[in-house]
Design a protein. Structure first.
Length: 370
């Protein structure tokens, strides 16, 4: 077990990374619960597979569990589902002394975290991420929110949890698509940090995704990377922008495909390929330095489902990207693995050509129909 601190303006909270040790979750709750009521929100898929085991771990004499199951999928991050949570909490007469626990992937933590941030102007909460993407990215850093028809994550708030409890054992029952979606974010961290993460991803690839020991190391390294960046830049004023590597195009791809048809991490893989291509267009000398990283990204593309998209749809979806600098799009690119750079003077022609090439590679290497 390891505990990685995230230090923010409101204090510090731990990201506990372990495997098959639910006793630690019990201890975290005992430390942070000040009332006898625990509100638990589950992702429906996780609930169907593991509710009994986790329910037993959460049940303590004198504690009242109040539970609600949420739908699975990106479309759950909506005003409609948020209002259902508000109604549930307020009908139960939640107070600021109560505690909320989000159990699920990134969709669950984003949605429930935003409900926690905005109910009674803030209820304390914790996260048990149950997908790889949630473990390495979505649950850490305090970003919460919902989608809007205009784009992804455009409505939200920073609201840090009291703790994040990562049990890598849950990855054993993830469908392959969910695993690859999480790897999309892991590959992002490998691009931001370089070795040893690049070598670990290559080792995991050689095992065809069956090396659990390597996966656990990748999770710990990813958590440590994000915790360090959030600690140094809580509100995304400078280096936290680096965490958006692959996301400017990735979010647009996700929206153009239709939310849910490509998972977030799948779209990020395409966004990472686009970031490499754009990096090489801006700085041709990067080509050789990024060849290894490009090869790693392309190794995962055959595992992505095929969805029809076109260049104009993706460009249109980029116009409301949160990472704009004024009216200009801001891209996180790479000089080499481990050395990110931010560019906001990229020509529209260059962006269009990169997206065209990205779709060509996707259509050539992508896998089955969605």
């Amino acid at each position: 077990m390891s505990s990685i601190p995230v230090k923010v303006s409101s204090g510090s909270y731990p990201v506990v990374v372990t495997s098959h040790d639910t006793g630690q979750l019990r201890r975290l709750l005992e430390k942070h619960l000040t009332s006898k009521r625990l509100f638990v929100f589950y992702d429906a898929q996780f609930y169907a597979l593991h509710h009994k085991r986790l329910h037993n771990d959460l049940t303590v004499r004198g504690r009242k569990l109040i539970e609600l199951v949420l739908p699975t999928g990106e479309k759950t991050k909506s005003l409609r589902e948020l209002n259902k949570i508000y109604t549930f909490l307020l009908t139960q007469k939640i107070s600021r002394d109560d505690f909320i626990l989000a159990v699920g992937g990134g969709v669950t933590s984003d949605l429930v975290g935003y409900a926690a941030a905005t109910t009674l102007r803030g209820i304390r909460w914790g996260v048990v991420p149950t997908t790889l993407l949630g473990m390495v990215d979505a649950a850490i850093g305090g970003k919460t929110g919902i989608n809007h028809i205009a784009g992804k994550n455009l409505i939200g708030a920073f609201w840090h949890p009291e703790f994040v409890f990562v049990d890598t054992w849950w990855t054993n029952t993830l469908p392959e698509r969910e695993l690859i979606a999480g790897i999309g974010e892991v590959v992002k961290y490998a691009g931001l940090t370089g070795d040893p993460m690049l070598s670990m991803v290559e080792k995991w690839l050689r095992s065809d995704g069956h090396n659990q020991a390597t996966l656990r190391k990748l999770v710990r390294h990813s958590v440590a990377c994000k915790a360090d960046i959030v600690t140094r830049d809580e509100r995304e004023q400078n280096i936290r922008m680096h965490l958006n590597l692959g996301h400017t195009v990735g979010h647009a791809v996700e929206k153009a495909a239709g939310f849910g048809r490509l998972l977030h991490g799948e779209a990020v893989l395409l966004g990472l390929w686009a970031a490499v291509d754009l990096s090489c267009r801006i700085k041709p000398a990067c080509e050789s330095r990024l060849e290894r990283f490009r090869f790693i990204i392309e190794s995962f593309l055959p595992k992505l489902p095929m969805v029809n998209m076109n260049v104009e749809e993706i460009i249109s979806c980029m116009t409301l990207d949160k990472k704009r600098a004024g009216l200009r799009l801001r891209f996180v690119l790479l000089d080499r693995p481990g050395l990110p750079l931010i560019a906001d003077q990229v020509s529209g022609r260059m962006v269009r050509e990169t997206i065209k090439r990205t779709l060509n590679v996707y259509n050539r290497l992508g896998g089955r129909d969605a």
